[in-house]
Ligand binder design. Sequence first.
Ligand code: NDP
Length: 599
Amino acid sequence: MAAQQKLDFDPAALHRKYLLERDKRLRTEANDQYLEVKGDFSRYVDDPYVEPGFTRPPLNDEMDVVIIGGGFGGLLAGARLRQAGVQGIRIIDKAGDFGGTWYWNRYPGAQCDVESYIYLPLLEETGFIPREKYTRAPEILEHSRRIGRTFDLYRDACLQTQISSMHWDEAEHRWIIRTNRNDRMKARYVIMSNGPLNRPKLPGIPGIADYQGHTFHTSRWDYAYTGGSSLGGLEKLRDKRVGIIGTGATAVQCVPYLGEFAKQLYVFQRTPSSVDIRNNRETDPDWAKSLTLGWQKRRMDNFNVLVSGGYQDEDLVADGWTDIIRNVMLGMSKDQFEGASAQGIATAMELADYAKMNGVRGRVDSVVKDAKTAEALKPWYRQFCKRPCFNDEYLDTFNRPNVQLVDTDGRGVDRITPKGVVVDGVEYEVDCLIFATGFEVGTGYTRRSGFDVAGRDGVRLSDKWDNGAVSLHGTMSHGFPNCFFMGLTQNTLTINFPHMLDDQSHHIAYIIGAAEQRQARAIEPSLEAEKAWCDTVKKSQNYAGNFLQECTPGYYNGEGRTELGHGLTGNTYGGTPMACEGIMREWRETGELPGMHLV
Ligand code: NDP
């Protein structure tokens, strides 16, 4: 166990350094530093992957279930409902196909960063094994389509369609859904699976609107301009000076490709990512053949327990995500681990974290030749303060003569001009400026969805959730009968997001099945049940809150808002994902839908 070994570092000094780096980056405007992608900026969210001019006649029909969002959440919900025998399922998505985040994010190098054998849903059900341990975007997009085909979800799907409004008709006990294609659909049930990171954001850097060169956001990669595909070959950049703003998980994956092809690449950095070894490898066919029924769920569960700080005899995935806990457990029996106090485990985790991050920083020194660049690329925070990255080419890219890191020491870019980007009074002229600046988190739920929802008596979800989601289990909200939510609305958070989505889709399929069995026209949680869940969520949050308060700003902690309740996990259940799933399972096992009101 790391805590019992002699330390070769000073934890107090590292702690001080981490706080210093956090303080340097705190900004009073927090989330307001970003621009909403609308008006003049709406071109940043145009769909580059469809032919323009698609039309179809408006629909005026009725479905059993309408699912909003054709990403993994919507596909899983659709699959579980199909397995339960539901016929009329319609997935609606603004994109031209299923895939959600993998539809939009096709930037060069895009690849899943959680092992593909546990990340890609429904592998056993679809009979598919990914080609690599960390598979690439085209295979993931194709797998989304495979799920769509296997569960016959294309049949009634409406793609390239945006919801414009949705309201509950109390007399008919139906949801009425209107879209930008003049549809007026009815649905008995609606599932909102809009995705937590679906809306690109831009930094509010002075002058951003003045830039005259070519520009796009990484989630709408312009291959017509760069050439190539997400597998590489960006030949059209050979004579281009390219700037990229942002050094998060997306940039870490695409910078090696930009570095390989651009004439000159400037990487504008505010905070460096933690970049650990990837060590990708092709799937061993003998291993694939040896898998037995139920293997995927067992592997997913094993990973989920480990990355949530729990004990497992074996680490099946054994990668950078599970390193810390593996180090903590090293040499401990299950009894020793489970007998240790929560404080003891937390201290051991903190020490293992310092050791881990020392390793990550050491790796920068061993790869990056220029000492000043190497120093600037070192992350000074705990590993899970930001999305940890795993990449074997990113750091080495800074050894290329055509690649320059422009570090802003935590301040961010000063200004954008018609010709380029200004940092420390130096203007870097670029032909193309790429924003790898992430997605809206912590803004209003309905703003991110792109439409409001009117429940019973016309109560708007935007009003009810003005101060954050209010729900039972994050799944349903009082006043919004037959409407389900997936994602981070007061549910759990896990590193392997599709795991959580699958738990939620089972839960929703169960509730719909139970309501149907009882021949209910409407089902919704009582106010009391909702309040009890809100209290549970609040009580569960302390540890995650303290941890995040000491982190450098980012979307995990509401851009450094030091009070609790903001950011990605601001309103999620703070216990482990297994605990959250356990609560929902026990609730189902009562067979009585406790706290639900049915008519
Ligand atoms: P992030 O929000 O993680 O990163 C945004 C980047 O933009 C940060 O480096 C941020 O710096 C920087 N930035 C913002 N404003 C400025 C500014 N004014 N000047 C300079 N830099 C600025 O977005 P990503 O798209 O990288 O990743 C989003 C998430 O998507 C990931 O966290 C991950 O969950 C997911 N993802 C998953 C992948 C997978 O393989 N499964 C791959 C890629 C992404 P700062 O840190 O200082 O705020």
